[in-house]
Design a protein around this ligand. Structure first.
Ligand code: NZQ
Ligand code: ZN
Length: 385
């Protein structure tokens, strides 16, 4: 296990009707609020009315930034920064899924930065003095509600890039599982695959001896497999929604990743897929992860696949065949949730591979379990095709 510091300072308010605690949380941090949300989903579930009532009753001023799209665009971030400056705002409230939260984080980083916020994902600027951010979560998937990461798309450049800073962890996050009842099967499945993938990214790392992290990750993976199937068939099953929601936060808040290297190559490749065809992040991961596994499986990495096979899938054995069975199980699980299984099924064509691979390595090789160069990424994309 490697040395680490871990300071997760997001206050979690978990459970049904926890929204009643929103006024007390906001007023700790500010009184002039940028309220960020996406399309109509929060209106359909009655959350928009509740939040605007709370903002009217408890704040001096608020203004809305609506229409934040899935795979949030840098144009929305720029618009949000402008609203903050014009209206001298001091707090950001994000109500929605990962895209809304990520957009709000980039706005928070950009609020006190003189340059263009696209500089953050391009590693040209560091986050200094960001605006405080609070979250009401409606989609269990990305874990953005409890981490410092943000992923932003530049449509003009057809690039989707992550950046992160500890200071961008939300000050608080309200997690009411009933807000996720309205997610359809496909969205629920995408969320489950995303959180499962976050655990895989830190699990499949070259660091040995991180038993605490890996045993927690295995437990969370088994929990996702169990509850995702229930949530798909019973969208209003509170227990299933609650388990998925809390898992999404724990899967990528540092708990299983601290003290380990973390691979993250699959995420970097997926970002290039969804940058090109704007598809849901979870579906993109379902397409790539099993093929990444296939590609990196070797005599050197076998030990990790054996742990995964034994402890997550209950497949016993210690040879390449055991590893292969676990990879097949992973693919079958994603497929059973209704995820696509080949890139050609989602309008990706082979002539795009070169550009996607090129962009994935703009800052150098990716991955830790196996360092991947451009050619490796093209090979993985070919396997996934
Ligand atoms: O726009 P609205 O109306 O809100 O609709 C959204 C959107 O169309 C809808 N939705 C949200 N809550 C709903 C709902 N529909 C019905 N009922 C509800 N309760 O779902 C659609 C997708 O929402 P989005 O926020 O895009 O989904 P998700 O939470 O999966 O976020 C995906 C984004 O997060 C990034 C992804 O790359 C992608 O851009 N990620 C962020 C990470 C982070 N910050 O740590 C890590 C992840 O690995 C990921 O890369
Ligand atoms: Zn993800």
């Amino acid at each position: 296990m490697l040395n680490f510091n871990l300071h997760i300072n997001t206050k979690i308010l978990f459970g049904k009707d926890k929204i009643i605690e929103l006024p007390a949380e906001i007023t700790k941090w500010g009184s002039r609020v940028l309220f960020v949300y996406g399309g109509n989903s929060i209106k359909k579930i009655g959350l928009y009315d509740k939040v605007t009532q709370i903002l009217r009753d408890n704040c001096d001023f608020y203004i809305e930034l609506s229409g934040v799209q899935p795979n949030p665009k840098i144009t929305s971030v720029r618009e949000g920064v402008k609203l903050i400056r014009e209206n001298k705002l001091d707090f950001i409230l994000a109500v929605g899924g990962g895209s809304v939260i990520d957009c709000a984080k980039a706005i928070s980083a950009g609020a006190n930065y003189d340059g263009d916020p696209w500089d953050f994902p391009m590693r040209k600027a560091k986050v200094v003095n960001p605006l405080p951010l609070g979250v009401v979560l409606t989609f269990a998937a990305t874990g953005s509600e409890m981490n410092g990461g943000s992923v932003i798309t530049n449509e003009e450049l057809k690039m989707k890039r992550p950046f992160g800073d500890e200071q961008l962890r939300p000050k608080f996050a309200i997690l009411d599982p009933t807000y996720t009842y309205s997610l359809n099967k496909y969205q629920t499945a995408c969320g489950a695959v995303d959180m499962f993938s976050h655990l895989l990214e830190t699990y499949f790392a070259p660091t040995e001896g991180a038993g605490v992290q890996d045993r927690i990750a295995e437990g969370l993976m088994k929990n996702i497999i169990h509850y995702s199937k229930i949530a798909l068939n019973e969208p209003e099953n509170y227990e299933a929604r609650a388990n998925l929601m809390w898992t999404s936060s724990l899967a990528i808040n540092g708990l299983t990743g601290a003290g380990k290297m973390g691979d993250w190559a699959t995420h970097m490749i997926e970002h290039e897929v969804s940058a090109i065809n704007d598809m849901a992040h979870g579906a993109g991961l379902a397409l790539i992860f099993p093929y990444w596994m296939q590609y990196v499986l070797s005599d050197e990495t076998l030990w990790k696949f054996i742990e995964y096979a034994n402890n997550v899938w209950g497949i016993h054995g210690n040879d390449l065949n055991t590893a292969q069975l676990a990879i097949n199980k992973t693919r079958e699980y994603f497929y059973s949730l209704g995820m696509p299984s080949h890139l050609k099924d989602v309008d990706i064509t082979e002539d795009m591979f070169e550009e996607m691979a090129e962009k994935a390595v703009i800052f150098g090789p990716i991955g830790q379990l196996k360092k991947l160069q451009k050619e490796d990424i093209i090979n993985i994309l070919k396997l996934a095709y």
